[in-house]
Design a binder for this molecule. Structure first.
Ligand SMILES: Cc1cc2nc3c(=O)[nH]c(=O)nc-3n(C[C@H](O)[C@H](O)[C@H](O)COP(=O)(O)OP(=O)(O)OC[C@H]3O[C@@H](n4cnc5c(N)ncnc54)[C@H](O)[C@@H]3O)c2cc1C
Length: 454
């Protein structure tokens, strides 16, 4: 199937209607980076899957919040994420949605820049390829559908309530994957969750925007010192809100800019979230005006788009069977039940506005136990909300890691069928074997020999 082909149209037309009272093997809550991979991988394993997404498209922060660069595929020169996320990336490249992986300096205009590999992409092409993946997989799907409740019987989630344009639906499943980033199903099901400590606040949000008519090459040719000087000038005039001049190119003349910074707001508080969108758009207008006036390469720029959802770095997290820590990340702790590899960087936005940003020395393992919990046996949490300390979360929340976790979640849930839909009862080897067969790299032992031992 290719984008724009009549097969896409036919498969979309044949999507089975979802009705209240329906029962699936697996319901995936959220079709973002992680949920998309979970949906497709579980459906490819033969499970009857429904994905429920609150926005109109798949891809999550990468599309609706325009976070248009994938980090986390590479740790240095080591590629530690394969399988379905790599297939997705390759298909986006093949469709002209990206020129491929490139060396990049993250946070270049700050005092602590970081060299790494990224994959910048056009979020609109990512939406199209994500549609293809979902339609090909045979999964059922609902978009513009928000999960707003969960029913639980003893140690099982039995169903979710979904707000849709046609009213509320109740849908049941044998197993649930929570890929909402905000642990929505886990919260409604009463699973244990961790929040930021009292008196502290969440990492800042950012509202991303797209400028057209930019001479991207001219901007990229500026030295780090020139960029830093202009960034400091913009902050002094109150037109820039932090010193990160993050630009992701789309083609040669569009720039996706991640430069707004919204501190002290909580995305799970509806009033704060509303404030974040208003203040974010105010910041975007200030930043765009400043770039046009002062930044080489931006003189002719036009505001071409503002993300439809402010980007959220941090909310609540599962308290799972294992709490991944910074020590596990930097020391690459080996886990018998490893299901995905993280690459980093570890990227924590401190409350004083400072950035803790560094690349772990090697890829690190993430255990299945950080995606499950003792009190709800048929629930897998994946992506940004897995069980991790704030610091470890700063290293696992990048999209390629979220996607690797998503593929793992799909395999965990699909194979749980043979174990009474108890995701904690699965032998580790079963999931690792199945992931490896699908091209994934669940542990350091699965890396190519030259990179497996450090
Ligand atoms: C400003 C910012 C900059 C970042 N920079 C980078 C970067 O440069 N590179 C990188 O790789 N990562 C970056 N990240 C991190 C990354 O984008 C996210 O951590 C990652 O997308 C997490 O994946 P996820 O699947 O857990 O969540 P998401 O991608 O956010 O997906 C969650 C999905 O769940 C849906 N959802 C939520 N609630 C419900 C509900 N109740 N019902 C149904 N659906 C629901 C959402 O609409 C969304 O589609 C950045 C994040 C932010 C906010």
């Amino acid at each position: 199937m290719t984008i724009g082909s009549s097969e896409v149209l036919q498969r979309a037309g044949r999507l089975p209607p979802v009705r209240s009272g329906d029962h699936f093997d697996i319901v995936v809550a959220g079709g973002g980076a992680s949920g998309l991979m979970a949906t497709v991988s579980a459906a490819r394993q033969g499970a009857r899957v429904l994905v429920v997404e609150t926005s109109g498209c798949f891809g999550g922060a990468g599309t609706t919040s325009m976070v248009a660069q994938w980090l986390g595929f590479y740790n240095g020169e080591t590629c530690a994420v394969g399988g379905l996320p790599m297939e997705f990336a390759e298909r986006v490249i093949a469709r002209g949605g990206s020129n491929g992986f490139e060396n990049y300096v993250l946070a270049e205009a700050t005092v602590r820049p970081l060299h790494l590999k990224r994959l910048p992409f056009n979020p609109e092409i990512v939406k199209l390829v994500a549609d293809e993946l979902v339609l090909e997989s045979g999964a059922s799907a609902l978009v513009h559908a928000r999960i707003c409740g969960a029913s639980r019987d003893d140690d099982r989630v039995t169903g979710v309530q979904i707000e849709t344009s046609g009213g509320r639906l109740n849908v049941g499943a044998s197993c649930f994957i929570d890929a909402t980033g905000d642990a929505v199903v886990a919260r409604h099901a009463g699973a244990p969750l961790a929040d930021v400590e009292a008196g502290r606040h969440r990492m800042g949000m950012s509202l991303v925007f797209r400028l057209s008519h930019v001479d991207v090459a001219r901007f990229r040719a500026l030295s780090r010192q020139e960029k830093r000087a202009i960034a400091l000038e913009g902050m002094a005039t109150g037109e820039l809100f932090w010193d990160v001049l993050s630009v992701s190119p789309v083609g040669t003349s569009d720039a996706i800019c991640l430069m707004s910074h919204l501190d002290g707001l909580d995305n799970l508080d509806p009033n704060d979230l509303t404030r974040a969108e208003f203040i974010g758009r105010y910041q975007v207008s200030r930043i765009a005006g400043f770039l046009k006036r002062r930044m080489p390469g931006f003189a002719a720029c036009e505001l071409a788009g503002i993300a439809s959802h402010v980007g959220v770095r941090e909310s609540v997290r599962l308290v799972g069977d294992y709490l991944l820590t910074e020590q596990d990340v930097v020391g690459a702790t080996p886990f018998e039940d490893a299901v995905a590899l993280g690459c980093g960087p570890l990227d924590v936005h401190e409350e004083d506005g400072k950035l803790r940003l560094f690349m772990p020395a090697q890829p690190f393992e993430i255990p299945a136990r950080s995606m499950t919990c003792i009190s709800v046996r048929n629930l897998v949490v994946t992506g940004r909300a897995i069980s991790a300390t704030r610091e470890a979360n700063g290293a696992i929340r990048h999209q390629a890691t979220a996607m690797a976790l998503g593929q793992a979640a799909g395999h965990l849930a699909a194979h749980a069928g043979a174990y009474g839909w108890d995701v904690r009862a699965l032998p580790h080897g079963t999931v690792q074997k199945s992931l490896t067969a699908a091209g994934a790299l669940p542990s350091r032992g699965h890396l190519p020999p030259a990179t497996a031992v450090s």
